[in-house]
Design a protein around this ligand. Structure first.
Ligand code: ATP
Length: 307
């Protein structure tokens, strides 16, 4: 596909007998914000490591920014930026020292580096001295400097592995504004997150479970595809024990059941039995028809369908 920034066909990664990535295929368009979601250990980081040229796949093929995965590590690394899950800057070096060190690794010409540094720091609206130590920066600013470092060499595709883990909601929101800006500038963003409000901001999302991609679409279409039934929120009018809800959870006309505190999301099949059940529930709960959230989608697809 000509417009693909990332393309993967039947990609697998095995560690000994264990298959971490199990024959996945997908394509990411240029300029797209592509979310990669899954439970811990689903294979997201392993896939990213392959796409950044850090790990050779056991099977399958693909390309990143037009470079085949088997073209060699250096060819891929020149075109991708990578912000790994673990914090990637040196805490005891200054912002300038970190960036110039990375520029050196990337073999950037000093004049090109100075220009890129200034424009990227302006992009993230960095307002502190360049000689500030990384360890003295607030978490959200550190993440932004890490992002700056990952795009210093002007890559076409940027891989962000849980970039906002552990920062404040305000800093997460600011970081996502930067992600959207980068996409508007034509960069392709490949991002993993455990936050559903962030996933909601992706153009498309792939949901991964046990090494496989189990669903892939826009957030809106995923909700419609994963929930063909009508979803209701039940709110208990008096305290209920979860154990009392077992009958409902196991009811043949209940396609999905998930407690959220004292509220329950319940998908009822569009059957006569489902309609009768809805009437019966209305006598015990406040019942409201709702649209599924991405959290519902995640629970149903990634954590396994309840029924
Ligand atoms: P998380 O959200 O926790 O980062 P993930 O979806 O990124 O999870 P991966 O880090 O890709 O998951 O790991 C997928 C599986 O592969 C896990 O079971 C992990 O233990 C295993 N794995 C990863 N790297 C190796 C390795 N080098 N050797 C053996 N097993 C590995």
């Amino acid at each position: 596909m000509k417009d693909s920034a990332v393309e993967v066909q039947n990609l697998s990664v095995r560690f000994g007998d264990f298959t971490a990535v199990d024959s996945i295929s997908f394509a990411v368009r240029r300029g797209e914000v592509f979310g990669f979601l899954g439970a811990n250990g689903a294979g997201k980081t392993t896939t990213i490591r392959v796409l950044c040229g850090l790990l050779r796949p056991s099977a399958g093929y693909g390309s990143v920014a037009g470079v085949a995965l088997d073209a060699g590590e250096m060819a891929i690394k020149a075109r991708v930026g990578y912000m790994s899950q673990k914090f990637t800057l040196y805490d005891d070096l200054t912002v300038e020292e970190n960036l110039s060190f990375i520029a050196g690794l990337r073999k950037l010409d000093p004049a090109v580096y100075a220009k890129r540094r200034d424009s990227i720091l302006a992009f993230i609206t960095f307002q502190r001295p360049l000689n500030a130590l990384i360890r003295d920066l607030p978490g959200g600013i550190k993440q932004q400097v890490a992002l700056a470092a990952s795009i210093l060499h002007d890559p076409e595709v940027v891989f962000l592995d849980e970039p906002t883990a552990g920062v404040t909601p305000a800093a997460r929101s600011r970081f996502w504004a930067l992600i959207r800006d980068l996409a508007r500038q034509g960069k392709t963003i490949f991002v993993t997150t455990h936050y559903m409000d962030e996933a909601e901001q992706c153009d498309r999302i792939a949901l991964m479970r046990a090494g496989q991609i189990v669903a892939l679409d826009t957030p809106a279409r995923l909700k419609a595809e994963v929930f063909p039934e009508q979803l209701f929120e039940l709110e208990a009018v008096s305290p209920v024990h979860y154990g009392d809800m077992d009958g409902l959870r196991d009811h043949p006309d209940v396609a999905f059941f998930e407690p959220y505190g004292m509220r329950f999301h319940v998908a009822l099949r569009k059957t006569v039995g489902g309609e009768n059940l809805r009437r019966e529930l209305a006598s015990r709960f406040r019942v409201q028809a709702i649209s599924p959230t991405l959290e519902d989608v995640f629970i149903r697809t990634v954590e396994g369908e309840r029924r």
